[in-house]
Design a protein around this ligand. Sequence first.
Ligand code: SME
Length: 137
Amino acid sequence: SQSDVSRDEKLKNLCQLLSNNISYYDWVGFYFADHETRTLHLGPYVGAETDHTVIPFGKGICGQVAVSNENFVVPDVSAQDNYIACSFTVKSEIVVPLFVNGKNIGQIDIDSHVIDPFTKADELFLEFVNQEVAKLF
Ligand code: SME
């Protein structure tokens, strides 16, 4: 329905809005699932550039959410064994799946430079954000 350019611009603006307004949201981005190849692909984001533009399902926090269909809050990334480090400055992470018509098509991924900043309120807020994002698909 909508062009990819328009959607990508909106998603990038959303990432910028979140990162500008929530002090502990230091990297904000979307990954999108390719269910054929069982990989996640980096979409619009703001924050440090990452080498991890393609992530296999099951790998890292993001890859685990692609399989579990559930929120994943990581208060301290150093305590995770299945974790893909992007930067030594990242201390914690939250990933919330993005559902369109009940299908997990990707996720919003947020990294923080502080330990244990994410609460239930962040989960509820990001679930709401993703429900709005789903309307773009
Ligand atoms: N840390 C993530 C990888 C993606 S970066 O945070 C942008 C993970 O473990 O899946």
